[in-house]
Ligand binder design. Structure first.
Ligand code: UDP
Length: 470
């Protein structure tokens, strides 16, 4: 293949010439579902704009090249020790630290990058998009003179919170004290201490290290692309742009709405039987319940959720991921549950979530508020019951409830009666109806940002022009 080719023009519009030498972008996602999805969506958007794509990926949670025939794939040794990798769905923080440490101690990443850059059979790489958690990879790219851009898979408020982390310690908000959880962080409203990024194992030092490394990765790059949109987080974006002295700080989301629907990057098989089932349900009648790819429940919480759903009387589609229930091998629904929910409840192991949320039968989402899930819900005008688990989820839930008004948090112990009332409140109560209306308004803002004159479309134009200038 020649180094200079005719590029695919796609929907590039007038800002980009119809034919031009193709350039290549490299992308390196963090190997977790919530990070893989937006990176692959961004890759798909850039590919649609005429850029060739090479995906670098780890052995851990390796991607399936067959699902992305338009991209080249290169595998990179991640060096994650077997005992750390064994907690696959468990401690993401330990895995990130171990992977970076192993990559920094070896020359494997430099060698892979050097060989990809020297590959004359493919268009010359313009830059490397990497997850903010991959400082080791960014350092290798810098050594080789390859420009990097960070894709932030969380919201802008989350990046703002990361930038403020040293201040949280200086002002005594962190390390978090149980007695101060509801204290407002007056420098960053609407946050309270409990909304600041945290790990369930409460390991402050590891969290502090991870966040400092993310900021170093962002600051050492030519720019950052955030999977959000201007109208959703105008103030937060303004603050970030003020604080980060970078040529590019782009809000280019929701990326799943900009990318083609054929880009599958699910690590688990998505059960499409639920779409047929949803087809048979009345409009806006179904509560979709999913806690993402990492969050877990105790076996008692699992029982309470099951009976809360059953007793609510509402229709539901519930994702119970293998390994999601701590201490339980397999998925054992309680006796009598199947009969109690017959015809109105469906339990599956993994959903085609974006299609589910876009389905006319879905009326609300009970979510753990991972950023992708939150943004996917906002994109479809679906109000939320928020049950954040850890990391940035508490912050996302706070914004959903307090700033956007499209959901409320279910706090404290999970109890069936509380769950039942929360579901009724959102599905058929007055408060729920108001949240649904606000969610519909936000959905319209998503539609606007995706139009050719919309902010996210323009952000992608700027990004492509920047890449072509490299
Ligand atoms: N997802 C999915 N099927 C499911 C549950 C989740 O495809 O049954 C996808 C979802 O659409 C989202 C990602 O997995 O893109 C989860 O990312 P998120 O940031 O919401 O949470 P995380 O898994 O990182 O905690």
């Amino acid at each position: 293949m020649a180094a200079v080719q005719e590029a695919r023009t796609g929907d590039v519009g007038s800002r980009v010439p119809q034919t031009r030498p193709a350039r290549r972008v490299l992308v390196f996602p963090l190997p977790f579902q919530g990070h893989i999805n937006p990176m692959m969506q961004l890759a798909d958007v850039l590919h649609g704009r005429g850029l060739a794509v090479t995906v670098l990926h780890t052995h851990f949670n390796a991607l399936d090249p067959a699902l992305h025939p338009a991209f080249d794939f290169v595998s990179v040794a991640d060096g994650i020790p077997a005992d750390v990798a064994a907690s696959k769905s468990g401690n993401i923080i330990d895995i990130i630290l171990a992977m970076n440490e192993a990559m920094e101690a070896s020359t494997a990443v430099d060698e892979v990058l050097a060989s990809v850059m020297a590959d004359e059979a493919r268009p010359r790489p313009a830059c490397l998009f990497l997850d903010g958690n991959l400082l080791a990879v960014q350092k290798a790219a810098v050594r080789l003179g390859l420009p990097t851009l960070v894709l932030r898979t969380g919201c802008a408020a989350c990046l703002g919170g990361f930038l403020a982390f040293p201040m949280f310690y200086q002002k005594g908000y962190l390390p978090r004290q149980v007695s101060q959880l509801y204290m407002p962080v007056k420098e960053l409203p609407p946050l309270r201490v409990r909304d600041i990024f945290f790990s369930v194992d409460n390991n402050h030092e590891k969290v502090r290290t991870i966040i400092a490394r993310i900021i170093e990765t962002v600051k050492g790059s030519s720019g950052v692309v955030i999977n959000t949109f201007e109208a959703l987080e105008a103030k937060e974006l303004e603050r970030i742009r003020r604080e980060l002295d970078l040529p590019l700080v782009l809000a280019a989301g929701p990326l799943h709405k900009l990318s083609s629907t054929t880009t599958g990057s699910s690590l688990l098989d998505q059960d499409y039987s639920c779409i047929k089932w949803l087809d048979s349900q009345p409009a806006r009648s179904v509560l979709y319940v999913s806690f993402g790819s990492l969050a877990s429940l105790s076996s008692n919480e699992f029982l309470e959720v099951a009976w809360g759903l059953a007793n609510s009387g509402h229709n539901f589609l519930w994702v119970v991921r293998p390994g999601m229930i701590r201490g339980m091998n397999g998925i054992h629904l309680p006796n009598g549950f199947d009969v109690a929910v017959e015809g109105r409840g469906k339990v599956i192991q993994w959903a085609p979530q974006q299609e589910v949320l876009a389905h006319q039968a879905v009326g609300a989402f009970w979510t753990h508020n991972g950023w992708n899930s939150t943004l996917e819900s906002i994109s479809e005008g679906i109000p939320m019951i928020c049950r954040p688990h850890s990391l940035d989820q508490t912050m996302n839930a706070r914004y959903v409830a307090e700033i956007w008004g499209v959901g409320f948090e279910l706090e404290g112990e999970l109890e069936r009666r509380k769950i039942e009332l929360a579901i009724r409140n959102l599905m058929s109560g007055k408060e729920g109806a108001e949240m649904r209306e606000r969610a519909e308004d936000l959905k319209m803002k998503v539609v606007e940002c995706l139009e050719s004159s919309g902010s996210s479309h323009i952000a992608i134009d700027k990004l492509v022009n920047y890449i072509l200038s490299l």
